[in-house]
Design a protein around this ligand. Structure first.
Ligand code: 4AD
Ligand code: MG
Length: 426
């Protein structure tokens, strides 16, 4: 017997088919049992007639949600069926029964997180995970098309890069080390060999903030490029986002529909240029003025992004609020050549980027201001000693991007098993 997917059976639309999957819904009457079967591709209603299965009726009647089965029968169009097609079952095999499936209508968000290993089977999570897969594929495709090499940094690292307060300390035999916040300090040395590199890897932040935007473990798509200037760096960020949204719109219309995502909100992304403005210009647009020098909080990011239906790029932040490695702006040394790319609809910063400071002395000065011992950064500072070149890079938070593209209310649904300050099981 050759099994086909449920989607293939629907596409075929008539004749004999064999499918397999899990029971999505079941209901019975005296004469019939209706089983909606699901697989990774779709769902379809399957009808068992009692008169055809009199000997096995007890088994059929007792089949519960999430039992696994093989079904053979004749597929035909039926307007009343959930996906417009129905299978009249001629034969079946119960692969494995299921006990009462412990997910019920109206469960709370937290309760679904407790049962995440089972909730992954929902059409909701399946749709999100499919879009997630498209996004990962698109990131690889984009960078490889542009001549970037895939490169990997260690996850055990000995220094901070994005601020000491969000480091996860890990015992390392009789010493200690930290989980990677970013690949960056280990990526910069590699551009001297490969020039243009990218990765997608987990990053870790001991971020106490319990917001709908923060995870303690997230997937980080990062790029680093030799000779890349600040304008090019902004173009890369904008192009990458456009490329990803285009791929999702091509491949995942069904999934977006299932998530009730209004795709009209995504379409402008492909057509328009992302507005670019400096931090100084941005804070002038705010209703409630902030003092120059203060970082933008999420409320201010949200207020700014409200005026646009595409992401926006905010450049040249004050030096003090940004990481030590960002290049001082030659035209205004109080600021750095870095940018944040802010998603529309209140999803916040999805890319953090900068040209890198080439001057070793300036790097050392900034590290000291942060109470860091420059000795620990010797390997990194060496990059500035042997043929240092202009270079730049960025990091994109994949779950934040996915949350925005899918219109999720919480970043936790953008990853199979989310980790936050108070959740690390299952
Ligand atoms: O702005 P960040 O901290 O930048 C860096 O780590 C740079 N070293 C990247 C680079 O230049 N190679 O982080 C980059 C992105 C953010 O814009 C955000 O999308 C995501 O990582 N991010 C998080 N996503 C989920 N949960 C968290 N706690 C996150 N922290 C950062
Ligand atoms: Mg940032």
């Amino acid at each position: 017997m050759k099994f086909i997917s449920i989607q293939q059976a629907i596409n075929k639309g008539k004749g004999k088919v064999s499918i397999r999957g899990w029971v999505y819904r079941e209901r019975g009457s005296n004469e019939f049992k209706f089983i909606v079967l699901r697989d990774s591709t779709n769902i379809i209603q399957c009808v068992f007639k009692k008169e055809n299965f009199s000997k096995k009726w007890n088994e059929i009647d007792s089949i519960l949600i999430e039992a696994s089965m093989e079904i053979t029968g004749t597929v035909k169009k039926d307007k009343r069926a959930p996906t417009g097609y129905e299978i009249q079952v001629s034969d079946y095999k119960l692969i494995s029964p299921a006990i009462d499936f412990p997910i019920y209508p109206g469960e709370s968000f937290e309760s679904l997180l407790d049962k995440r290993h089972l909730w992954l089977r929902s059409r909701y999570m399946t749709a999100i995970l499919k879009i997630r897969s498209t996004i990962f594929g698109a990131i690889h495709e984009y960078f490889r098309n542009k001549g970037f090499y895939e490169y990997h940094s260690p996850i055990f690292q000995t220094t901070q890069c994005e601020g000491g307060s969000t480091l996860f300390e890990v015992p390392y035999f009789d010493k200690k080390t930290f989980l990677a916040q970013t690949w960056q300090l280990y990526a910069e040395p590699a551009i001297f060999s490969l020039e243009k590199i990218y990765t997608i890897a987990p990053s870790f932040r001991a971020e106490k903030s319990k917001t709908s935007r923060h995870l303690t473990e997230y997937w980080h798509a990062e790029m680093e490029a030799a000779w890349c200037d600040f304008k090019e760096l902004q173009d890369y960020g904008e192009e990458l986002i456009k490329f990803i949204v285009k791929k999702v719109l091509e491949k995942n219309k069904e999934e977006l529909k299932l998530l009730n995502r209004d795709i009209k909100k995504l379409e402008p992304i492909l057509k328009k240029s992302f507005p670019r403005m400096t931090y100084t210009q941005a804070i002038k647009k705010l209703k409630r003025k902030i003092t120059w020098g203060k970082d933008l909080r999420t409320t201010e990011e949200d207020e700014l992004s409200k005026h646009y239906d595409t992401p926006i790029i905010i450049t040249e932040y004050p030096k003090e609020v940004k990481a030590f490695y960002m290049k001082e702006n030659p035209k205004d040394p109080k600021t750095v050549l870095g940018y944040d790319l802010i998603a529309p609809e209140g999803y916040g910063e999805i890319i953090g980027a900068s040209e890198r400071e080439p001057d070793e002395k300036k790097l050392i000065k900034r590290l000291k201001e942060l109470k860091e011992n420059p000795e620990n950064y010797k390997f990194y500072l060496d990059t500035r000693k042997y043929g240092s070149i202009p270079h730049a890079g960025f990091g994109l938070g994949v779950e934040r991007l996915l949350a925005w593209i899918c219109g999720l209310s919480n970043i936790k649904d953008a990853i199979a098993f989310p980790r936050t300050p108070d959740r690390f099981t299952p």
